[in-house]
Structures are given as structure tokens and as C-alpha cells.
Design a protein around this ligand. Sequence first.
Ligand code: COA
Length: 261
Amino acid sequence: MAYQYLLTTVEDGILRITINREQKLNALNRDTLKELNQAIEAGLKDGKIMGVVITGAGEKAFVAGADISEFANFDQEQGGDLARSGQAEVFNLIHQAEKPIIAAINGFALGGGLEIAMACHIRIASHTARMGLPEVSLGLIPGYGGTQRLTQLVGRGNAMELILTGNMINAEKALQMGLVNHVVPADEVISKSEEIINDIAKRSPRAVAAAIRAINAALVAGEQGFNIEIDEFAKCFGTADFKEGVSAFLERRQPEFSREK
Ligand code: COA
């Protein structure tokens, strides 16, 4: 199937999905998310596919986040819908997939981009990758599971620092924190991801699916957290900070947030 914002190829039983909006650093607009849902669903249904690699087009970005220009005028209800539908259709679909899905992080993985990578089962980063959840700079919080999955992956203290500062970290730091599994040269992110899928493909597919279900079950205690994240994310859309943060990004200036209550 041909997509507007994705390139998909199948080689030796591995589906490679390349998010392809290079001019916008592969930012996730609504249609890209819809296409990701379709491409992943198709790959999971296809008995010939052993696993999926997700990456970004070009050398600069994996995905630089949700498309800020699309939600700049959203209100609280629309913000809640954005997070809820995105989580269900893409992020939880990846997380719960019963075939391995690996993020090949080839550049910036920010906001929703890092959230896609964190929903994947395994993350391979290039030396050039930079990762972060900069939503607080926009007057928002992560809304695609970031507060939950980052905490599960790197612990409360590291998650607090990364989310509250909104700062980016490099691949080495991400490896040290446990945010990524391996760091490799830029031209090896795909081959390393495929090597791991090929290893997994030698094992029992039913046992692999069972192991994914069981590992995911270890994290179910956090389920309520995903709903709290959606509510808090939605409430941000009703604040002056959100309007200021998003306007500042679109006008290419630093935001000025008021400290008054
Ligand atoms: N949403 C919409 N557009 C985005 C985007 C996003 N998340 N990230 C980048 N873009 C667009 C830019 O607006 C720019 O478009 P233009 O050329 O039409 O003006 C293009 O992608 C290139 O980005 P630019 O900012 O010029 O590149 P840079 O090298 O100066 O900076 C980043 C790179 C990643 C640091 C910067 O783009 C950035 O901070 N992006 C937003 C990250 C973010 O806050 N993500 C979380 C969203 S919830």
C-alpha cells in the first residue's frame, strides 16, 4: 500500500516503516499517525512479517514530536481527544504488538518521537541521536505515554529531570540511563535493528508473543497513570502558558511564562 507520509519496505520478513516528512523533521501530523496505525496493523496481521523497524527519513531526525502547528488552537477537549486517540491507535498498538517492533533512532527523537521509540520493544540509537521530552517548554506535558514509559524505563529521578527541564540528552547518556539498548554508528542503526529481529525470529513466535505479554504485564500497575497523563495533558490546553509556549515556537522566539497564579 502507498502512503503519503510513510515509506514501507519488506525485506526478508522485516517490515521497515520510515516516517517521511523530512522538511518538518518527520513531525507527527494527524495523517501520519493514521498511516502509522494502518501500516503497523497490516504488518502485525501479515504472517510473513517477523518484526518491524521504525525509523525517520533523512539524517537529521527520527521524529521531532507531534506537529505543533496542528494543535496550536486546540482547547482542553480537543487536547484530551488528541492524546486518547493517539495512545490507542499508535502508541499502545506498538507497545502491545506481539511481534518485535524496534525503533532505529537516527537523529532527533523529541516529544511524540521519543514516545514512539519508548512504545517500541527495543531502541537502537545512532551516535548522532538526541532525545528529549520538551513539552513543558510549550506549556504542555507529554501526552502519548511519555510520563509513564520514561519512568518505567529510566526510573523516577531520571524521568523527573528529563521531563521537568525539557532538555535533550545525547545517545551515550541515553544508553547510560537505560533509555536505549544500543548505540551504533549512524549507518548501522537499521542493520543492528534487523540483526536483533533476525535473532528473535529464530525463536518460537508463540513464546515470543507470550513473553511480550508477560513483560508488559509487569507494568500494568501504571495503567491508571496513562489516564492521569491524558487528563493533565488536556488541562494544559486551557492555560495561558500553552498559548504562549506554542506561539513562541511558531514565531521562533523564547516563551515568557508568567509566575503569577
Ligand atoms: N511540529 C511542527 N513542525 C516542526 C516540529 C514539530 N514538532 N519540529 C520541527 N518542525 C519544523 C519547523 O517548524 C521547521 O519548519 P519550517 O522549515 O517550515 O519553518 C522544520 O521542521 C525544521 O525545523 P527547525 O526548527 O528549523 O530546525 P532546527 O535544526 O533549527 O531545530 C529542533 C531542530 C528539533 C531543535 C526544533 O525543530 C524543535 O525544537 N522542534 C520542536 C520539538 C518539540 O517541541 N517537540 C515536541 C512537540 S509536542
